[in-house]
Design a binder for this molecule. Structure first.
Ligand code: FMN
Ligand code: PXP
Length: 205
């Protein structure tokens, strides 16, 4: 069991409750995919890169997505395990943006195996076939790799590729942005200092 007996600090709990409420509102408001978030990373060269991934779990330990460790984001996060996440839910209230920043860690093998096992078989085989972010010479080359994976796992469960796993962003700060008329937006920032103390303040829009 990975559940921790450490109590969630009050302000973090408040921020996570706000996140949950807005996440539910996003689903109710018909956002096409409330789990879609931008994840920004930078390797040791300091050059940022960003792409969308899907949020698959969140709790006081952090926000989890799944990917290949050898793709660009995987390589950057191993070199510099810091990320920023961004949600934009335009249909919630007058528009909501949530920004989360924090250190990144790899989820346990058990957690990754459990999530991988829940994916459609085609997606599982795709994870074996894809050399994420590497040059693909032709679509046929990818199709062939997929067909090979199909053969390899014929008649049995598809195991998780060891370099395909979950990454958890442990929040160091969470900002809620609420759109308002005339750009008089509201911004609430929750942040954790080096001693682990959470505080909350508003920011000018
Ligand atoms: C809506 C959407 C959801 C996506 N979800 C994921 C995901 O959860 N994990 C993933 O590795 N790539 C996902 N992708 C693909 C990434 O955006 C990206 O193309 C891929 O991960 C390679 O990124 P990288 O080269 O920076 O590593 C998604 C793309 C879109 C448009
Ligand atoms: C390459 C890749 N990996 C992982 C995912 C995560 O989603 P799922 O586990 O639901 O396929 C996506 C979603 O588009 C994806 O494109």
């Amino acid at each position: 069991m990975e559940t921790s007996t450490v109590e969630t600090p009050g302000l973090l709990a408040e921020a996570l409750a706000t996140f949950d409420r807005l996440f539910r509102e996003a689903a109710d408001a018909g956002e096409p995919d409330p789990t879609a978030m931008t994840v920004a990373t930078a390797g040791l060269d300091g050059r940022p890169s960003a792409r969308i991934v899907l949020l698959k779990a969140h709790d006081p330990r952090g926000f989890v997505f799944y990917t290949h460790l050898d793709g660009r984001k995987g390589r950057e996060l191993q070199a510099n395990p810091q990320a920023a996440l961004l949600f934009h839910w335009p249909r919630v209230r007058d528009g909501v943006q949530v920004r989360i920043e924090g250190a990144v860690e790899i989820v346990s093998d058990d957690e990754a195996d459990a999530y991988f096992a829940s994916r459609p078989r085609g997606s599982q085989l795709g994870a074996w076939a894809s050399k994420q972010s590497e040059t693909l010479e032709s679509r046929e080359a990818f199709d062939q790799r997929y067909a090979r994976a199909e053969q390899e796992f014929e008649g049995r469960d598809v195991s998780r590729p060891p370099r395909w796993t979950g990454l958890r962003v442990r929040p160091r700060c969470i900002e809620f942005w609420y759109g308002a008329q005339y750009r008089l937006h509201e911004r609430q920032l929750y942040e954790c200092d080096a001693a682990g103390e959470w505080s909350k303040r508003m920011l000018y829009p």
